[in-house]
Ligand binder design. Structure first.
Ligand SMILES: [Zn+2]
Length: 254
């Protein structure tokens, strides 16, 4: 429960997911600009005549009035800012938007702290997907920025083992070291993944460019596949490592 002076307050939020609660209610998991991830109860949201229901579907950008209940925040009013309608009319886009929600949901916990830049990244990413930009580019850019926000920015310019500058040649990537390993260090180290010079070029481009600059990237299908596989492997590794950290589990359970 966030520490605020008022019993009732407004937040700007994206609905990450919802689940049924009791007979007629819905429990919302929200990512808000003002409080980061938080949960709120939408009473009566499953009743057919509910006026709130349409506003609280996953990946909707909303303005919400929340009230402090006895042990939970209660939704009292909801207004849609953007429903990102195109994301609901195309199954491929729906799955991309779901991935965006899931990644943020899995790597964050309720800390009652404002995260305006992460919130902005989230709404920008949904807008880009809804405007039919290349989903591969939108998602890779989101992943790279999210790693920054989460404190897992990968080291792509110096070897994560010896610190020497990375040259334009095929390299290795180490999930545990959190970055690229040069061909000199690679052969002696366990659990490395090969990364081509082309794939590394795009990852670096996304790490240091604005989105407008990033859209100039036009990699071939094989490089797209390579970067996608590598990034998903890295996220999976980070998630498993975090889940095995007692402090992280405790935060999630709170
Ligand atoms: Zn090295």
């Amino acid at each position: 429960m966030p520490e605020t002076k008022f019993r009732s307050f407004r937040v700007e939020a994206v609905v990450l997911r919802h689940s049924d609660y009791g007979e007629a209610d819905r429990l919302l998991t929200l990512y808000t600009r003002q409080l980061g991830k938080t949960r709120a109860l939408a009473k009566g949201a499953r009743k057919i005549a509910s006026r709130k229901a349409g506003h609280i579907e996953p990946f909707t950008h909303v303005k919400l009035q929340l009230a402090k209940g006895r042990d939970m925040l209660i939704l009292t009013q909801a207004d849609t800012v953007d429903a990102y309608q195109p994301l609901r009319e195309d199954l491929i886009l729906t799955s991309h938007a779901s991935y965006v929600m899931e990644l943020l949901d899995r790597f964050t916990y309720e800390d009652a702290t404002e995260h305006p830049s992460t919130f902005r990244l989230l709404t920008d990413t949904l807008s880009r997907l809804a405007s039919k930009s290349d989903p591969w580019l939108v998602i890779r850019y989101y992943e790279m920025r999210l790693l920054d926000h989460l404190g897992f920015r990968p080291q792509l310019f110096e070897c994560a083992n010896c610190g020497r500058e990375i040259k334009a040649e095929d390299q290795y990537f180490s999930f545990s070291a959190g970055g690229v390993i040069c061909p000199r260090c690679g052969p002696g180290l366990p659990n490395l993944h090969a990364i081509s010079v082309a794939a590394l070029k795009y990852l670096r481009h996304f790490q240091r460019s604005s989105y407008a600059e990033a859209t100039r990237a036009k990699p071939g299908r094989d490089v797209q596949q390579e970067t996608e596989t590598l990034m998903q492997g890295y996220f999976t590794y980070l998630l498993e490592r975090e889940l095995n950290t007692p402090g992280f589990l405790k935060k999630i359970k709170e």
